[in-house]
Every structure is written in structure tokens, then in C-alpha cells.
Design a protein around this ligand. Structure first.
Ligand code: ATP
Length: 223
């Protein structure tokens, strides 16, 4: 059986070491063939980020360029309308065939809102769920429909990702990285240096183009 594939979706506004190092560690810990970083086009559950999806994807491409097994998956940029994860996983399942392990990775900050996602239960007919820790957030939701679902699907067997196509939930401990894109945007708008929080090519590109700088028009246009 081929090694499983994982998807880490997000706004990546901008991509940072919290994303890249988590993806790297996940690949090693879970023996994944690849981790696909998938920038959202139009997110259905939050306001559209000020930086266009093309620009956010451009930064993700730079961030994964020298990272073996990390890939920028741009499918949500090319689909019209809001980006629903169910559509992306349906496409990926078709591409990977019916039995290859596929995992949707989400941070502990996001898992609490999973019940708002379109057809969220069906996501796990298509893929496994991998929850990664995030400093400041509870390890797992304690109540609500997702907590109930987890009671039945949570496993400690990492091999399950390879042995079946989907339906298993894992909670994975990675090195905690207290970095968020919100904090990076705020620091850049205030003119503070964020070099230590981002891959170097991403940092240089943002600096060069004054993206996220106070007063800069980052919300218009393509790359
Ligand atoms: P923002 O601050 O704008 O909300 P973010 O830093 O949370 O952005 P996203 O692009 O929204 O970044 O995150 C994409 C995915 O990566 C989410 O599942 C999120 O939980 C996870 N993630 C982001 N930062 C970290 C981190 N430092 N450690 C672990 N997971 C993270």
C-alpha cells in the first residue's frame, strides 16, 4: 500500500514556520508521501484575506520550494465560488483512487469550528482527520457534535492512516510553535521585523513588495 497523503488547508495569509515546520514533522512522524498545503480561494467562514489568493499561493510556493514532500496545491484558486473542503477532498479522492490513505490536517484552533463546515461528517468518508496542537488551545473539543464524533473515531494507531482510506481521527503532538499569521500581519503593519517567523524567501518577497505594510494596498490585484 502506498504511503498516505495529507492536506493542510488554510488562508496562509501569510505562510509561516508554524505551517512549514508542522508539515515537515507530520510527514516524518506519520510516514506521509506528501503534505499538500492548500491555500483557500474564497474562504466560506471568514472574510476574504486582504492579500489575493494568487499572492498567498505564490508565498506558499516559495515556502515549499526546497522542502521535500511538501507541495503547494492550488486547486481551490481555480474553482469559482467559495472554497469548500468537501469539494477539494472529493477531487483528491478521485485522483488518489479508493483505497489510498488521505488525511485532512487541522490545528486545534480550527477543530472547534469544524461543525460549521459544509457536510463535515462526509469529509471523513473521504479522508482521515489529523489534529495538531496549537499553543493556547485545548487539545480536543470537549463538547458538541465534533467531540461526540471524536469519541467514536479517535485512535492512537498511526498505521491506520496507511491501512485504510479514511474515517480515523488522530491527535498528533508536534513541537509547539507559538506563531500565527495574525501576529505576523500586525507586526508588519507596525514595521516590526518578522524574519525569524517565516521562511527566508517568503520574508524577502514580503519586504520587497511591502505587502502587509501600513498603508500599502495589498488587497488589490494578482501577483
Ligand atoms: P490567522 O492568524 O490569520 O488565523 P493562522 O496562523 O492560524 O492564520 P491559517 O492559514 O489560518 O494560519 O492556518 C492553516 C492551518 O494551519 C490551520 O489548520 C491552523 O490551525 C494551522 N496552523 C497555523 N499556525 C499553526 C501553528 N503555529 N502551529 C500549528 N498549527 C498551525
Amino acid at each position: 500500500m502506498s504511503a498516505p497523503v495529507a492536506v493542510l488547508g488554510g488562508a496562509f495569509n501569510p505562510v509561516h514556520f508554524g505551517h512549514i515546520r508542522s508539515a515537515r514533522e507530520l510527514r516524518e512522524q506519520l510516514g506521509l508521501a506528501e503534505v499538500r498545503l492548500m491555500p483557500t480561494g474564497l474562504p466560506p467562514h471568514r472574510p476574504a484575506p486582504e492579500l489575493s489568493s494568487e499572492r498567498r499561493a505564490q508565498l506558499v510556493r516559495m515556502a515549499v520550494e526546497n522542502e521535500p514532500g511538501l507541495v503547494c496545491d492550488e486547486r481551490e484558486l481555480h474553482r469559482p465560488g467559495p472554497s469548500y473542503t468537501i469539494d477539494s477532498l472529493t477531487e483528491l479522492r478521485r485522483e488518489l483512487g479508493p483505497s489510498r490513505g488521505l488525511a485532512l490536517v487541522i490545528g486545534a484552533d480550527v477543530v472547534a469550528g469544524l461543525e460549521q463546515w459544509r457536510r463535515w461528517r462526509e469529509l471523513f468518508d473521504l479522508a482521515h482527520l489529523v489534529i495538531i496542537g496549537r499553543p493556547g488551545y485545548p487539545a480536543l473539543p470537549e463538547r458538541g457534535p465534533v467531540a461526540q464524533w471524536l469519541l467514536r473515531h479517535l485512535s492512537t494507531d498511526k498505521g491506520a492512516l496507511r491501512d485504510s482510506a479514511g474515517g480515523v481521527a488522530l491527535r498528533v503532538e508536534l513541537s509547539p510553535m507559538n506563531i500565527s499569521a495574525t501576529e505576523i500581519r500586525a507586526a508588519l503593519a507596525a514595521g516590526r521585523c518578522v524574519r525569524h517567523l517565516l521562511p527566508d524567501p517568503v520574508w524577502r518577497h514580503i519586504q520587497q513588495h511591502r505587502w502587509y505594510a501600513a498603508g500599502a494596498a495589498t488587497h488589490v490585484g494578482g501577483p
